[in-house]
Design a protein. Structure first.
Length: 589
């Protein structure tokens, strides 16, 4: 079920990204994640240090504001000795504020750094939990572009959370400190209208509150749609980056099929969508500037106009007027924090929304696994063998498109050292069997019993080569330190890749620098190195020519202690004299 964006626009996310995930629930989820984070104590320690620095800074600002009275009174009296004395006081206060500002800046940066570390590591751990990332990818739009949420959105959330929290605390302390100054200055203010004396205790406090409230109300009215628009922008930016990345990864196929025009139109459409959202944001920010800049310029003269009646009534001196103006500006700055930070708050809420729904989806997948909510075909085998019994694999939730499913009647047992090929009717979706044996396909009925996962090596149709050295690629997913250079070179030589023996420490894009046949040989060299008890292959030979297939099958034949299960159609694989098991398409009554 789709949901409504925060700005009331068109639905853009999958059910798990739904509108019932309110702002308070988002905050609770992320606060819970922070409290369980390894960086919690460091962040709390930095927070205490920041609070101490902020309190000291506010006190110094209070002293600087109090300094206004004797300084400007000395100017009014043309008292040079007093003027020079007050200048010394100023340099002491200003120097202290400079040091405090530098320390606070460093603490701000370190807090943001640790916040990002905790958030990024938590999201990566949640995402890379066994089988969770692949399940998330099948949930719909929430599983698209996880890199955007893990990188850009997480960075924005960590940095904005730090800066906004510090700003809020600082403004609150400023407000509490200087509102008393304003009250004392105008506590006994009164004025006369038609011979009647009217007293307004704390006149300047009420004026400052009314002034800031007007700016806040107008900012809310003008900028109420900005958080939702920022959320939509992040989503469209991620889609554009994905389109660019996908094109870059498939340049060969695009070029040989003359698909440049098609890809250009696709990318131009993605650019158009991003620009459309940015135009709406630009209009929103422009309208908000009328309010923020208008009140910003008005603030230059507003405190003077507000304090003028007190000054002209003779209640305060010129120095007192300047002190009142300084206190008003401090109170107004504190009250205007929300106004001046409306744009970063909108960005923060958008980042919080995208990161929290992403983490929520990952947590819900983990919870479902823990509670066994999803139908499970795969169970651990108490014996060292594979057992498949009366399998019916559906093409997906609900069993739609039954011609894309498959059936395996009866029971099939695979013992250590066996050679088995699953073949049969080409209409049967053999790929589902590979996914089910790997524990990635729960939709269906029957039984699959598999031995311990650390004894099984799965070889999908398309191999994955991590961005690492050749020795790490060969050992993947094990650690490279588990194998000696002699073992690595022997495996490469056996696979016909002697030319790579001298490049064990080279770090390349192996999926690009190697031809398809060499990539398959490298994957088989990895199997020779690891020597698994069970090797499950998903149709990995059909794309090779006959000679390459023959070499690869001969290489597989050297794995004498490994049970090899080949799921697919390969006439060359029959040279290993495998037991052939026939699969049939899914039949429905």
């Amino acid at each position: 079920m789709a949901e409504t964006n925060q700005d009331g626009g068109k639905a853009t996310e999958f059910d798990i990204d739904s509108a019932d995930f309110r702002f308070d629930a988002q905050l609770r989820l992320m606060m819970g994640a922070f409290w369980q984070s390894a960086v919690r104590n460091r962040v709390l320690l930095l927070t205490v240090a920041l609070l101490a620095v902020i309190l000291t800074t506010v006190y110094a600002q209070y002293r600087l504001n109090y300094w206004n009275t004797p300084f400007y009174n000395a100017l009014e009296r043309r008292d040079l000795p007093a003027f020079l004395s007050e200048l010394k006081v100023f340099f002491v206060i200003a120097g202290s504020l400079l040091i405090l500002n530098v320390v606070q800046a460093w603490l701000n940066q370190m807090t943001a750094l640790y916040m990002r570390e905790g958030l990024a590591r938590d999201l990566v751990d949640q995402w890379m939990a066994p089988r969770r990332a692949l399940k998330l990818a099948n949930l719909g739009t929430i599983g698209i572009n996880p890199d955007q949420r893990l990188h850009e959105d997480a960075r924005n959330l960590a940095e904005l959370s730090t800066s906004l929290a510090i700003g809020l605390v600082n403004s609150t302390i400023l407000l509490l400190s200087f509102i008393g100054v304003l009250w004392s200055i105008s506590s006994d203010f009164s004025f006369t209208i038609d011979g009647r004396q009217i007293a307004i205790p704390g006149y300047m406090v009420w004026a400052a509150l009314l002034y800031a409230a007007s700016a806040s109300l107008l900012s809310n009215m003008v900028g109420r749609r900005l958080p939702g628009l920022n959320t939509l922008r992040y989503s469209k930016e991620a889609e554009l980056r994905f389109a660019l990345m996908r094109t870059n990864e498939n340049l060969m196929a695009i070029t040989v099929t003359h698909g440049e025009d098609s890809e250009r139109r696709r990318m131009q459409a993605a650019v158009t969508e991003v620009l459309a959202v940015i135009r709406r944001l630009a209009l929103g920010y422009t309208n908000l500037t009328w309010v923020s800049s208008g009140f910003g310029w008005l603030t230059t003269i507003a405190p003077i106009l507000i304090a003028a009646p007190v000054y002209f009534s003779g209640s305060i001196s010129f120095g007192g007027l300047m002190m009142a103006i300084g206190a008003f500006n401090q109170v107004n700055t504190a009250l205007r924090w929300y106004i001046d930070n409306f744009r970063p708050i909108a960005d923060w809420k958008a980042a919080l929304y995208r990161v929290s729904v992403f983490r929520r989806a990952l947590c819900q997948i983990g919870q479902e696994e823990a509670e066994d909510k999803a139908p499970a075909l795969l169970t651990a085998s108490p014996e060292s063998r594979i057992v498949l019994g009366d399998l019916v694999l559906l093409p997906g939730p609900g069993g739609r498109d039954s011609d894309k499913g498959m059936e395996l009647a009866g029971e099939v047992t695979i013992s250590p050292g066996d050679r088995v090929m699953f073949n049969g009717d080409p209409r049967a979706n053999r790929h589902l069997l590979f996914l089910a044996m790997a524990g990635l396909w729960p939709w269906g009925t029957g039984e699959i019993r598999m031995p311990s996962a650390d004894t099984v090596l799965f070889m999908p149709q398309k191999g994955y080569f991590p961005d690492a050295s050749l020795r790490e690629v060969m050992a993947y997913p094990n650690k490279a330190s588990e194998f000696s250079d002699e073992q690595l070179r022997a495996a490469l030589s056996a696979a016909g890749l002697d030319r790579l023996a001298g490049h064990l420490d080279a770090r390349e894009r192996w999926d690009r620098t190697l031809e398809e046949e060499e990539r398959t040989r490298l994957r088989l060299a990895s199997a020779l190195l690891i020597q698994p008890d069970w090797l499950i292959i998903d149709d990995a030979l059909e794309s090779l020519d006959a000679e390459a297939q023959q070499d690869c099958v001969e290489l597989l034949g050297t794995l004498r202690n490994t049970a090899i299960v080949y799921i697919g159609r390969s006439d060359v694989f029959t040279r290993l004299q495998p037991r052939i098991v026939h699969l049939t398409p899914l039949h429905t009554s």
